[in-house]
Design a protein around this ligand. Structure first.
Ligand SMILES: C[S@@+](CC[C@H](N)C(=O)[O-])C[C@H]1O[C@@H](n2cnc3c(N)ncnc32)[C@H](O)[C@@H]1O
Length: 224
């Protein structure tokens, strides 16, 4: 049985672990065939995407600080009404293209709709129609993603990590809450103060202890 927090790559040796016909197992088999992705990233991307898609449908998906970019692919698989997805990272791993090709080979309807973009996220033009997602954008990078989303009026979902207590805003709450939680609560409060409705959830802790999922959408229009 594979440990969901494992940083070992999934390869064809693990194919037998995912014998079923659920979408998750089919994705897992494509990931195994690609042979490029740590198990943990598969489970994280899946758990984030399914929660986000229960709330937010449609829109161009913009996966910022995407690493291997699996989240962008799963977001389209879970909702075909999104026309396309950008997967953006300053240092796209070489394996990102290999993984993407494995996903496109299995789901040809994604071909021509997922763009791997090697760029700082600060240079990506975001609009109010976009759906911003980001899994484990370290420290202040999550704050920059929130800033960009608010400026554009875009829906967003972030799974923060590597909290930088020296630089991030703790809202003065660290007397009551542990530091990283204070930072995330302050992020949520900031989104509310910016006219956003906030939704907070967790992904399973057995995958990662950095498991707080912060979703938000401009509070005027309906989230879909
Ligand atoms: C911890 S990794 C997360 C990768 C992936 N989202 C995941 O969940 O596995 C953080 C990523 O942020 C990227 N990154 C750092 N600064 C960035 C920036 N300014 N713009 C875009 N990506 C950036 C890094 O190259 C790295 O791939």
């Amino acid at each position: 049985m594979i440990k969901k927090s494992s940083k070992s790559r999934l390869t064809v040796k693990q194919l037998a672990e995912y014998p079923g016909d659920t979408l998750f197992e089919r994705i897992a088999r494509a990931v195994c065939r690609a042979g490029t992705l740590p198990a943990k990233e598969l489970y994280e991307a899946w758990e984030v995407a399914r929660r986000v898609r229960r709330r937010y449908r449609g829109g161009r998906v913009v996966d910022l600080a995407c690493g291997h970019g699996l989240l962008a692919h799963i977001m389209l698989l879970l909702d075909d009404s999104s026309p396309e997805a950008l997967a953006v990272d300053t240092h796209l791993p070489l394996n990102a293209a290999t993984l993407s090709e494995a996903m496109l080979a299995r789901w040809p309807r994604l071909r021509g709709r997922v763009y791997l973009v090697a760029s700082p996220l600060e240079e990506i033009v975001i609009t109010g129609d976009d759906l911003i997602v980001s899994s484990h954008a370290c420290g202040m990078l999550t704050d920059r993603i929130i800033d960009r989303s608010i400026k554009a009026g875009a829906r967003l979902a972030v799974l923060p990590c590597c909290h930088d207590l020296a630089r991030s805003d703790t809202g003065g709450l660290e007397g009551w809450l542990d530091g990283p939680l204070a930072v995330d609560v302050t992020r949520a409060a900031r989104l509310r103060a910016s006219g956003y409705a906030v939704v907070t959830q967790h992904i399973p802790e057995e995958i990662t202890p950095k498991n707080r999922l912060l979703m938000a959408h401009p509070s005027g229009p309906a989230p879909f």
